[in-house]
Design a protein around this ligand. Structure first.
Ligand SMILES: [Zn+2]
Length: 481
């Protein structure tokens, strides 16, 4: 038994999702990303004396919506608390968060058939951002500037139970969570810009042991790859420590992506270190059943439901349905296409094939290109009617993505219609046969699979416009002569 198999991995995740409201959680300063430093601030979020927080109703609605989508109980009474916290980018020196009465509790999501419980979802305000400048000292900066634009931006903290048992499963969990908040339009789910942030708690214990091992928190995980790699590293590090007589210290460690290691940052605070107490400036939040009911009615179709619908109603395979559902942009595009065609399989194939390949190659998003569901369906119809060949469609699709317009028009303007005229095709068939006597010999000696070669050559000769069925027929006729 290798040492890795001796130990069980236990992971819990805290995900911070930046809520897509226009204004901050306790004031009406704007939340737009990438604006000029300190241009979206006011006395409330700057913590001036004499100011009072006013709760943004929309944040509560989004929290309830997320709670419902993640199968949580919605609290009837919820409360805000002060978390004591010194940070230069948090000018009040407290963070308004929720401690013992969070808005949502006891939820779960399913990951490949396994239930991962969600302990709670709570609302809180974000801190600002330090901008390290100059060039000196260990951090490479000689001074720091503070940008308070993010101070007071609403966050939902989604805390899982320690039900996750591998780094890969942790990645699946965050990917799924991200997809759900994007479907809800609660958060744009951008890990690189920090609108979705993830901290991981990880420990190991020998299989069969009941009590948990000492956990370590990992921070600075700004990609799915970083999340999985850092956990893999940390599990190996902890096993090595224990196997070599060392001890795991409860601490926060920083993931260094370029070096592929975690480094000790500080010993981990316990919740009592934060001296939580009820926020005196905000009343108890009362949430009546009627309100929750109204919000429930606005729940969109979620990824799991969508996947099932694609499989049951449009005949897509489990795999195809999963791929399409994994991106809300693709799913929206596909749904719009479905309104116009019954050929779901073909629409899915184009989306997952040529279109995805083009987007990846050019680092683009579906929203960045000129192709529309209408123009894709028009092109699929032209293939289905036999007006154009698949080879021609592969060229048209690039033009539709780059320049937009109509497939029908491109076909008319460039004369791309399939040639079914036997006379025209026969000429090409004869030419290719004449030029390839060796292959003809092979065919005649029984190696009939070389027909693929001939069809390819004849297609080339006709610039992809010949009807393949006619080529096949004429070629066989010539061979029988
Ligand atoms: Zn403000």
């Amino acid at each position: 038994m290798t040492t890795k198999i001796k130990y069980e991995t236990v992971i819990g995740l805290e995900v911070h999702a930046q809520v897509k409201t226009k204004s901050k959680i306790f004031c009406n300063s704007a939340t737009e990303f990438g604006q000029e430093h300190n241009s979206q601030v006011c006395p409330v979020c700057l913590g001036y004396p004499g100011t009072l927080p006013v709760l943004n109703r929309k944040v509560v609605e989004y929290a309830i919506l997320a709670g419902l989508a993640l199968n949580c109980e919605i609290a009837k009474h919820s409360k805000f608390d002060r978390k004591h916290y010194f940070y230069p980018d948090l000018p009040k020196n407290i963070q308004i968060s929720q401690y013992d009465m969070p808005i949502c509790k006891n939820g779960h999501i399913m990951i490949n058939g396994k239930k991962i419980r969600i302990n709670r979802i709570h609302m809180e305000e974000d801190a600002g951002k330090l901008v390290h400048a100059g060039s000196a000292g260990i951090s490479g900066a000689s001074y720091s500037l503070v940008d308070y634009n993010r101070t007071g931006v609403p966050l939902l903290e989604i805390v899982s139970e320690a039900d996750i048992s591998s780094p890969e499963e942790a990645r699946f969990y965050v990917e799924k969570l991200r997809n759900i908040v994007k479907y809800l339009d609660v958060c744009d789910g951008n890990l690189e810009e920090g609108s979705l942030r993830c901290d991981a708690n990880v420990s190991i214990r020998p299989f069969g042991q009941k009590e948990l091992g000492t956990k370590v928190e990992i921070k600075n995980l700004n990609s799915f790859k970083a999340l999985q790699r850092s956990l893999e590293y940390e599990v190996d590090r902890q096993i090595y420590e224990i196997e070599n007589g060392g001890k795991i210290i409860q601490e926060t460690r920083l993931w260094k992506d370029d070096q592929g290691i975690t480094l000790s940052m500080r010993t981990k605070e316990e919740s009592h270190d934060y001296r939580y107490f009820p926020e005196p400036d905000l009343p108890i939040l009362e949430i009546d059943a009627e309100w929750v009911h109204k919000i429930r009615e606005t729940l969109p179709e979620l990824p799991d439901e969508k996947r099932l619908r694609y499989i049951e109603k449009t005949g897509l395979s489990e795999y195809d349905a999963s791929v399409i559902v994994d991106s809300i942009e693709t799913a929206k595009f596909f749904d719009d296409a479905l309104k116009l065609t019954n050929n779901a399989k073909s629409a899915a194939n184009w989306l997952m094939g040529d279109i995805t390949a083009y987007l990846k190659e050019n680092k683009l998003n579906l929203n960045d290109i000129k192709l529309t569901p209408e123009s894709l369906v028009e092109m699929i119809d032209l293939i289905d009617k036999g007006t154009i060949s698949n080879a021609i469609a592969k060229k048209i699709i690039v033009s539709l993505m780059e320049k937009g317009g109509s497939a029908q028009k491109i076909v008319e303007e460039q004369g791309l219609t399939v040639i079914s005229d036997e006379g025209q095709i026969l000429e090409a068939v004869k030419k290719v046969i004449k030029e390839n006597p060796g292959e003809v010999e092979k065919y005649k000696s029984g190696k009939t699979q070389v027909i693929g070669f001939f069809v390819g050559q004849i297609m080339k000769e006709t610039k992809g416009k010949a009807n393949p069925a006619v080529i096949n027929k004429l070629f066989k006729e010539e061979m029988e002569k």
